[in-house]
Ligand binder design. Structure first.
Ligand code: CUA
Length: 162
């Protein structure tokens, strides 16, 4: 008699967990990347997206942006501004669709925009891509969440949604 109750409870829990996973994956958009392109980590500039002049943010259509980044120990390269200073803050209007494209020249890094659903692993030889809508205004800190060496904690940047 009691076994039956527990069996039903067990099945119900399983269905509930599957529903939660399904909700997270399809509703909130936390699914893994759909395609991964390869790249030579020794020569990332050979790829158009990662040429020095193409790094950082670019508007590709109305309200659509691409952000190209090259990660290396211990820095995110977003290109340089007109004065030749390394860019550390990406500014994007609220509600924009942003495609983040990132690769690494050396070891595995992470690319997480804290407080958003952008969270990628960046592996040498691959391009990690994630497109999302930046729904909320604010300053979001970019952090590396894969331990990559002595300067791991110094890898950071900012996405400012205004
Ligand atoms: Cu890069 Cu940790």
């Amino acid at each position: 008699k009691y076994e039956k109750i527990w069996l039903v409870f067990g099945m119900a829990s399983l269905v509930l967990f599957l529903l939660i996973i399904g909700f997270a994956a399809f509703w909130k958009g936390t699914h893994p990347q759909s395609h991964i392109e390869t790249i030579d980590p020794q020569n990332v500039e050979a790829h158009d997206a990662f040429k020095p002049e193409n790094l950082g943010i670019r508007e590709v259509a109305d309200g659509k942006y691409i952000v190209n980044i090259v990660a290396s120990a211990f820095n995110y390269d977003f290109g340089k501004d007109t004065e030749g200073t390394a860019i550390k803050t990406i500014r994007v209007p609220k509600g924009s669709t942003v495609l983040y494209q990132i690769t690494t020249k050396d070891v595995v890094h992470g690319f997480q925009v804290a407080g958003t659903n952008v969270n990628m692993m960046v592996e040498p030889g691959h391009i990690s891509r994630y497109e999302t809508v930046m729904k909320n205004a604010g300053e979001f800190t970019i952090v590396c969440n894969e331990y990559c060496g002595i300067g791991h904690h110094q890898m950071y940047g900012t996405v400012e949604v205004y």
